[in-house]
Design a protein around this ligand. Structure first.
Ligand code: NAP
Length: 342
């Protein structure tokens, strides 16, 4: 039986805010699989703000997606035909299989890279949230960049998102003195206080961020985990404690800017407060994945770590769902379900 593979490919490079029109729907007839290959049907696609950077034709830590290429994305799928004993038919797997309904791979080569087996007993989408790029980024960001010190005053931006929400909770679990999250809108702030159990929340869309940071941390912020950059970083710099640490994870406020802003006005505060500022990329920490998965799973199972997924429906809604990240519509990990496991 010849199957048709629906694909969302990059049609044009965005100028400023990403749009649905930057992507185009295409179909291709799938070929038969060869020896050592498997046919995977994607079930869930994951969305990350970094994907905005992957469609710009500029050098980065990963090559840009080419015009006409399937949009790169982490996904979870099911093997539906197999000529490879490592990935039997029916097995749930994860990888960078992209915005398409099917992918053929052999686990070692080809455009879509490696295939990982989903451990038995976990909902498959957890491979994209708790145990996916954002859960792992949160884990390494807290443990490997500026580890929490007992009693730290910790501020997290993007705190109701996939990465930030896990960072804030791990900080609490690792002995921070006080954890405050910054997020957009009262609902997200309520979630932070009541579900993620942080000590405070700042609604950057309705409150004066600088004043609120000073109220929450009269002695200054010891550790700022920044997912947002821009005005929020600028407002935080003067409110850092002496010898404070800043973990730079991302800067979503600037990802859709046509012209890069001039930069933080308060950068001299790094000198004045003797700050240590470190950036990091998840890929550099892959050696520690086993330990990270053990800890994240244990915290989640005990209920100490709450991870939300925002699961949209339908492959036709893929580009629209990507935009939700930049509209602040997602709480927790943004996913889409495009098929059910057999
Ligand atoms: P996310 O936080 O789940 O979703 C993005 C959130 O960003 C939105 O829900 C929105 O929340 C906020 N946002 C969107 N536009 C904004 C703007 N202009 N100003 C302020 N906030 C804005 O996404 P994520 O996947 O967890 O990623 C969070 C950050 O971590 C991103 O900067 C990403 O690039 C970074 N990251 C880095 C690595 C690494 O290896 N360094 C790996 C993964 C992720 P509000 O409603 O609160 O505005």
């Amino acid at each position: 039986m010849t199957r048709t593979n629906g694909q969302w490919v990059l049609a044009s490079r965005p100028e400023g805010m990403i749009a649905e029109s930057n992507f185009e729907y295409k179909e291709e007839a799938l070929r038969e699989i060869g020896d050592g290959e498997v046919l995977i049907r994607n079930l869930y696609l994951a969305f990350e703000p970094a994907m905005r950077g992957w469609v710009d034709d500029v050098p980065s830590y990963i090559p840009p997606v080419g015009i006409g290429e399937v949009m790169r994305a982490s996904t979870v799928g099911q093997v539906i035909e197999s000529k490879n004993d490592a990935y039997p038919t029916g097995k749930l797997v994860s990888g960078m299989f992209g915005w398409q309904q099917y992918v053929i791979g052999d686990g070692t080569r080809g455009a879509f890279g490696g295939i990982s087996n989903v451990p038995d007993g976990i909902p498959p989408y957890k491979m994209l949230s708790l145990l996916g790029g954002t859960g792992l980024t949160a884990y390494f960001g807290v443990h490997a960049i500026h580890p929490i010190q007992e009693g730290d005053n910790v501020l997290v931006s993007g705190a109701a998102g996939a990465t930030g929400s896990v960072v804030a909770q791990i900080a609490r679990l690792r002995g921070a003195g006080k954890v405050v999250g910054i997020a957009g809108g009262p609902d997200k702030c309520d979630w932070l206080r009541n579900k993620a159990k942080v000590d405070g929340a700042i609604d950057y869309k309705n409150e004066n961020v600088g004043r609120r940071i000073r109220e929450e941390f009269p002695k200054g912020v010891d550790l700022f985990f920044d997912n947002v950059g821009g005005d929020i970083l600028d407002a935080t710099l003067p409110r850092m404690a002496d010898n404070g640490r800043i973990t730079m994870c991302g800067g979503i406020s600037g990802y859709n800017e046509k012209e890069l802003p001039a930069g933080p006005r308060n950068i001299m505060q790094i000198v004045i407060h003797r700050l240590s500022v470190r950036g990091f990329i998840l890929f550099d920490h892959i050696a520690g994945v086993g330990e990270a998965i053990r800890d994240l799973t244990a915290w989640s199972e005990s209920g100490e770590l709450v991870v939300e997924e925002d699961i949209q429906e339908g492959f036709e809604n893929t580009p629209k769902t990507f935009l939700r990240l930049f509209q602040g519509k997602n709480l927790g990990k943004q996913l889409i379900r495009i098929a059910d496991a057999e």
